[in-house]
Ligand binder design. Sequence first.
Ligand code: ADP
Ligand code: ZN
Length: 642
Amino acid sequence: MEPNRDNNSNRNPNQRPDGPGRGRIGSALLIALALVLLFSWVMNMVEKSQYTEATWTDFEKARTTHQLAEVELRDDRIFYMTKEEAAKPASMQKACFTGLPRGDTQALASELAAEGVKVNKIIVEDNSMIMMILSYVVMIGGLFLVMNMLTKRMGSEGMMGGLGKSKAKVYMEKQTGVTFKDVAGQDEAKESLQEIIDFLHNPQKYTAIGAKLPKGALLVGSPGTGKTLLAKAVAGEANVPFFSISGSDFVEMFVGMGASRVRDLFQQAAKVAPCIIFIDEIDAVGRSRDNRYGSNSEQEQTLNQLLSEIDGFEPSKGIVCLAATNRPEILDKALLRPGRFDRRIIVDRPNLQGRLDTLKVHTRKIKLSEDVDLRKIAQATAGAVGADLANLVNEAALRAVRMGRQAVNQEDLLVSFETVIAGTEKKNTVLTDMEKRLVAYHEVGHALVAALEKHAQPVSKITIVPHTSGALGYTMQMPEEEKFLSTADELRTELKTLVGGRAAEQVVFGIQTTGAANDIQRATSLARNMVTQYGMSDKFGLMTTASVQNQYLDGQAYMDCSQETAAGVDQEVKRILDTAYDDAKRILTEHRVLLDEISEFLLVKETITGDELMAYVNAEKKSLEAPEETPAITEGTENTEE
Ligand code: ADP
Ligand code: ZN
């Protein structure tokens, strides 16, 4: 961190960047004044357009020639209408006005009346000044009151509005009703949070020893992994109120509102402490103040306020501030200093067991039929987050209702898996026979390469039923167990499997289709990662040529090497892909009979299982070992998945 930045962030906690009182009153007054001026100007203009301005001589002339019909004496002006105008219909009449010289207005009025002129109204000069000032004062006062009420309303909206009124941005739950039982998996996160719960239960235990608990913890993880849920569960377990606000709410509305919202939030929290304050998407306010990611003064002001509030509260009071983000790397360093959000709790995507537990949590209140096997669903959903799984279960329940069933069965879950993760089945997409053949061979190409290679993940399903996601078919592979590491061999096999679809098109039909676009893209990026990040190429060895910037967001890597090296990387990627493609073509050519058999079978059935695929593969193996024996293929004879 640069030294000048440091100064900047070392602010005094007692300094309020934006006071509520003076600044607001001042600006309200100014606005009121401006409005009054504008109003009187407009009135003046309106008056001017209604009356014709005349000179005193004109007036005198009209008077001496007895042309005056009516006059009106107002302040320093005299309005008059000639007899000619008065004779016209009312809408056409146009009166004149001219300045009234100082003197005895009352006397002039009686003189005119004596001359037979109708005198309408006399507003005496002395009073008029006072009246004018008075009316201005009343107007300014009124406007000021209205403005003040408005700003106050807006200021408190965030806070009080949360307690049940509309437009609630900050809201408080007395009891969240969520406990750790509702959060599946995430054992490490729970363990880290356990201490906070204990502290909220019994602060004395900690203060007696003199231990200081962290005021804040940062929950880091991809969207939908259950960060909000965990924060609520902490409040639920500790049985304390839960305040929550999203970081983006701080910065949206008016300048200066963010800071005052932060202040209100902490004030409210202090009243009901012990409690939990949860700030979702803290990156919206907590973005680093250096300009790399673009910041603005409003956001900075809010962040400053947040920092000073966090520094300001006594930890023994029992306020714990939890914040969530999926981009910890962009947060301002000042937020992460000791005494602020110095604890980082990683909320990962769930593993197999975690997914199974999540499914169990969400199916607790759902009627399941006998055939449901949640483990299979968990196996199929590698990479899905808690929110996906919750959605999946709900979709399945909805489907069961649509089908008029009393309980959710395995098919509901599988179909909704496809809805949520792969798009819905679209039976009416019409493919020509030739296209169907191509798709079938393409998919079997993937599946067969996977089935015949050593390090491949077992295939669980092949289908040529088109999906709304645009895929005309797909091959689903299921890992036998959750894996965190992949070996170079496994990745090379994955590459072969990915290009297996295109290889089948080429080997069987001698053509290339657009259907392989996604496969090729995935294969290319995998090969690129192998070269640039995993150190798995002969050419570059252990040298990394790209680095990951946003590990928790998109995980995208950016090249950081010279242009020549980058060109070399491209060549190496191409070589790896070519090798994989050649291998895939060789495998499929060697097993051409098998490829045909399975593809024909798939064309008839549209969907085949991994077991059915393996039955064919194993039958071929046996017939090669003992050619005289040709066993009949039965469906699902061998279970290779478990
Ligand atoms: P985040 O705040 O990380 O974006 P949420 O906490 O809002 O995610 O999660 C959204 C929903 O997903 C939750 O309301 C819950 O239904 C479900 N969910 C996420 N993670 C889990 C989990 N570990 N256990 C149970 N349900 C979960
Ligand atoms: Zn494909």
